[in-house]
Design a protein around this ligand. Structure first.
Ligand SMILES: NC(=O)c1ccc[n+]([C@@H]2O[C@H](COP(=O)([O-])OP(=O)(O)OC[C@H]3O[C@@H](n4cnc5c(N)ncnc54)[C@H](OP(=O)(O)O)[C@@H]3O)[C@@H](O)[C@H]2O)c1
Length: 327
């Protein structure tokens, strides 16, 4: 039997639960240890997901020599420091999105990956979604002609925005960094780096953006994107070209199908995911580690750097400032 990849999870909040469930679906994965700032919470989590070790501090799991790869599921502001420490302690890292609060921090993380020769990937799971991958291939093969327009959003009502990490500026709160990165990711994946960005936001009293509208202008193409904690949408994404369009069906960022619309009519392609779809990024980590790669070719270090640079520009446009921006 092949040896399993030994995972550690840091920060046992809502996405950590979802991710742990999906780790259990991947044959070559083992949840070896979990860490919380609270030992009781870690023990409870460990029991739920059949994990043998529970730590009451992040330092302990980072020092655990048995772990191959750490999944970092803490709020955005802590991604850089924890990732760098983990890489320096001989761990591969899958770090939640957004990779960091800003480009300069992401660059340091990537340098640490190179210096320590350890795998690092931003957990952009949508990149590995089968519908997204197949749709992308069709676009590349010219099945909708030249892409002229991308329309995508990520919007839902957050019940209580007060005292929540989502509006806490210290933690990198706001819809842009939490969910706006998804439509930006899709536009970037299809059209690349824009020539120009226009963006406007409405704000919470904390200063975090509640909703953000973005226009990305390219040479003969445009993307119209939106993120929101205060309005909802059905979350489909449309990629429109000179001879047809592709629709990533709702919820597009975890699509179970996509539709191709051309002069010949509309065809729906169903590609149901294993689990919710985090399994694919897990499998990507496994194959990169086995091949001694420090980055994925599907969601590379440069991809993360490009995306966070775009986010930085949107932040400048809307005037979203985090306390740590002020030196
Ligand atoms: N890929 C996806 O689909 C997806 C979905 C949701 C979120 N995310 C990303 O995952 C990260 C975590 O999001 P989440 O929704 O899981 O958040 P969450 O439910 O608030 O959990 C975050 C966890 O981080 C730890 N933590 C460390 N420092 C903290 C601090 N100062 N304040 C609050 N918590 C702190 C806590 O774990 P302990 O108490 O155990 O230490 C907490 O439970 C974010 O970067 C987010 O963008 C990704």
């Amino acid at each position: 039997m092949k040896e399993k990849v030994k995972w550690g999870i840091i920060g046992l909040g809502s996405i950590a639960h979802q991710f742990a469930k999906e780790l259990l679906l991947v044959e070559g994965a083992e949840i070896t240890a979990v860490a919380s700032r609270n030992l009781d919470k870690a023990k409870e989590f460990a029991q739920l997901y059949h994990c043998k070790k529970a730590y009451g501090s992040y330092e302990e799991i980072i020092a655990d020599a048995e772990i191959d790869i750490l999944y970092i599921a803490t709020p955005h502001d802590s991604h850089t420091a924890i990732t760098i420490k983990a890489l320096q302690n001989n761990k591969h890292v899958l770090c939640e999105k957004p990779i960091a609060l800003r480009y300069a921090d992401a660059l340091q993380m990537i340098e640490a990956s190179k210096e320590n020769n350890k795998f690092l990937m931003e957990a952009f799971w949508t990149r590995f979604n089968p519908s997204v991958r197949e749709a992308l291939l069709k676009i590349k093969n010219g099945e909708i002609g030249t892409v002229k327009y991308v329309n995508a959003d990520f919007a839902f009502h957050v019940e209580n925005l007060n005292g929540n990490r989502m509006t806490d500026l210290k933690l990198g709160g706001g819809s842009l960094l939490d969910i706006g990165v998804y439509p930006l990711f899709l536009a970037y994946l299809i059209l690349g780096i824009p020539n120009e960005i226009l963006a406007k936001s409405n704000f919470h009293e904390s200063g975090a953006d509640l909703q953000t509208a973005m226009i990305l202008n390219y040479n003969q193409a445009q993307a119209v994107l939106h993120s929101s904690f205060v309005s909802s949408s059905n979350m489909k994404a449309t990629i429109s070209g000179t001879s047809g369009r592709i629709i990533l069906n709702p919820l597009w960022y975890q699509a179970q199908s996509y539709s191709l619309v051309t002069n010949n009519g509309k065809v729906k392609f169903k590609l149901p995911t294993k689990g919710k779809g985090y399994t694919y990024e897990i499998e990507e980590c496994h194959s990169c580690i086995k091949e001694n790669k420090i980055e994925s070719t599907l969601w590379s270090h440069q991809n993360s750097l490009d995306l966070i640079k775009i986010v930085d520009e949107v932040r400048t446009q809307i005037g979203l400032v985090f306390p740590s921006d002020i030196i």
